[in-house]
Design a protein around this ligand. Structure first.
Ligand code: AR6
Length: 168
């Protein structure tokens, strides 16, 4: 059964097929959810990321989950918010689309997303949540994804409220 859920949690604790990391172009770790994921996954993750040689904004790369309960990590690089004048909406939508492509390619059935770009990269939460939910609904409608579970993991009240509002 296809499901979209909102779960207030630390994404590093979720036992799903894959969690998504809001990474930077180097894929070598950073602050925010990226730092938390690398910390929880352990050094194997950094080693695998080093071999990937970075990721352009809007694209995604998959690795194993190492010490995480999640089997995989899909690393995507969201846009830095620059007042909406630099293709941010298209790039953020492309992050979600590329994550779903990898989900399908690797035949994974559960995925948990943080609010990509909504922390250090400064994307306004309301606009970001609209894109996240729209891209998810489009993916679920288009694909044969009858057993896919998509979990959104807000880390603060504003994002949780936005997510729930969009899904109600
Ligand atoms: N679980 C779930 N969500 C979290 C967690 C967690 N453990 N920790 C933070 N968040 P951010 P960005 C939320 O800044 O804006 C890094 O340095 C957080 O509250 O992690 O895409 C990268 O290396 C926010 O709502 O990612 C890049 O340089 C959301 O995750 C840069 O930050 C995303 O916040 C990427 O910035």
């Amino acid at each position: 059964m296809t499901e979209i859920e909102v779960v207030r949690a630390d994404i590093t604790l979720l036992s799903v097929d894959t969690i998504v990391n809001a990474a930077n172009n180097s894929l070598l770790g950073g602050g925010g959810v990226d730092g938390a994921i690398h910390h929880a996954a352990g050094p194997g993750l950094l080693q695998e990321c080093e071999a990937i040689s970075g990721c352009p904004t809007g694209e995604a790369r998959i690795t194993k989950g190492y010490n995480l309960p999640a089997r995989h990590v899909i690393h995507t690089v969201g846009p830095v918010w620059q007042n909406g004048n630099c293709n941010e909406a298209k790039l953020l939508a492309s992050c979600y689309r590329n994550c779903f492509s990898l989900l399908k390619k690797h035949r994974l059935s559960s995925i948990a997303f943080p609010a990509i770009s909504c922390g250090i990269y400064g994307y306004p939460p309301q606009a970001a949540c609209t894109i996240a939910i729209n891209e998810t609904k489009t993916f679920l409608q288009k694909s044969d994804s009858s057993d896919t579970k998509v979990i959104f993991v807000p880390f603060n009240d504003t994002i949780e409220q936005e997510m729930r509002r969009h899904l109600s």
